[in-house]
Design a protein around this ligand. Structure first.
Ligand code: SAM
Length: 241
C-alpha cells in the first residue's frame, strides 16, 4: 500500500523542482539576476494562487486566468517588475492590482510591508484567504480603486502597478517618496510599455523596460470599464506580447 506521507513529499518536491526549473529557464536565462528576487520566486508556491484545475500549469511561461476576466501575470513579468523596484527589505510598497495575491506574496519576501489594492471584491477576498493560508502577514489588502493610491499609508518607497494604464495615474506619483521607484505599464488597452519612474528632486526620470500586454487598469485615473464581452483574451495577457 502507498504511504500517503510519501505521496505528499513527492508532490511537494516536484512543485519545488518545477519552481527551480521556472527560475532557471524563464528568469535567469532572460537576465533576472537579483538573488533575493530569484530566491523569492523559487519559494512562493505559485500553484496555490490559481484554481486547482490549473495548478499543473502554474509554472509555465505564461499568464493564467484567475476569474473575473483577470489574470495572474507571467512569472518573468512578476520577477522583472520586482527586480526593478530595487528592494532591500525595509521598504513600504504599494501594489495596484492584487489579483491572485501572488505578486504581493513575492514582494512580501523582499520588503517590510506591502499595501495592495484590488477593485474586484471576490479577487481581493480570495487573495486574502490564500495569503492567510500561507501565513503571509505583512500584506494588507484593500478593496478600492487603486488609481487613487492609498493616501493614508503614503508615502511609499516603491509602487508597482500590475495593470495597463492609459497614462501614469497622477496620485501615485504624489505618493512616491523622494528616491522612490514606480513601475507601471503604459499604453493602450491591448499593449503597453513597462515604464520605470524614479522620483528625484521633485521631478521624475522615466526609463522604458520592455513591451508588455496587461489587462486594463480600470478607474478614475485609468480606463473606463469596457462593455461586457462574451470571451476574454485575458489568459494571454500580463506577459510579453
Ligand atoms: N498582481 C496580480 C497577481 O499576482 O495575481 C495580477 C494582477 S492582474 C494582471 C491585474 C489586476 O488589476 C486585476 O485583478 C484587476 O482587477 C486589477 N485592477 C484593475 N484596475 C484596478 C484598479 N483601479 N484598482 C485596483 N485593482 C485594479
Amino acid at each position: 500500500m502507498v504511504d500517503p506521507s510519501k505521496v505528499i513529499a513527492t508532490v511537494t518536491t516536484s512543485r519545488a523542482g518545477q519552481r527551480q526549473h521556472m527560475v532557471d529557464e524563464q528568469l535567469v536565462a532572460r537576465g533576472i539576476g537579483d538573488p533575493r528576487v530569484l530566491a523569492a520566486m523559487a519559494e512562493v508556491p505559485r500553484h496555490l494562487f490559481v484554481e486547482s484545475a490549473l495548478a499543473d500549469r502554474a509554472y509555465e511561461d505564461r499568464a493564467l486566468p484567475i476569474g473575473g476576466q483577470q489574470t495572474i501575470s507571467q512569472p518573468y513579468m512578476v520577477a522583472l517588475m520586482s527586480q526593478a523596484l530595487e528592494l532591500s527589505g525595509s521598504e513600504r510598497v504599494l501594489e495596484v492590482g492584487t489579483g491572485s495575491g501572488y505578486q504581493a506574496a513575492v514582494l512580501a519576501r523582499l520588503a517590510a510591508r506591502i499595501f495592495t489594492i484590488e477593485r474586484v471584491k471576490p479577487l481581493a477576498d480570495r487573495a486574502r484567504d490564500t495569503l492567510d493560508r500561507l501565513k503571509v502577514y505583512n500584506v494588507v489588502i484593500r478593496h478600492f480603486d487603486g488609481t487613487f493610491g492609498w493616501s493614508e499609508e503614503a508615502p511609499f518607497d516603491a509602487i508597482l502597478v500590475a495593470a495597463g494604464a492609459p497614462a501614469v495615474p497622477e496620485p501615485l506619483i504624489g505618493q512616491l517618496k523622494e528616491g522612490g521607484r514606480l513601475i507601471v505599464p503604459v499604453g493602450d488597452r491591448t499593449s503597453q510599455r513597462l515604464q520605470k519612474m524614479v522620483k528625484r528632486g521633485g521631478t521624475v526620470c522615466v526609463t522604458a523596460l520592455t513591451e508588455c500586454a496587461f489587462v486594463p487598469l480600470i478607474g478614475s485615473h485609468g480606463w473606463r470599464p469596457a462593455r461586457a464581452s462574451p470571451a476574454s483574451p485575458a489568459a494571454i495577457r500580463d506577459g510579453m506580447p
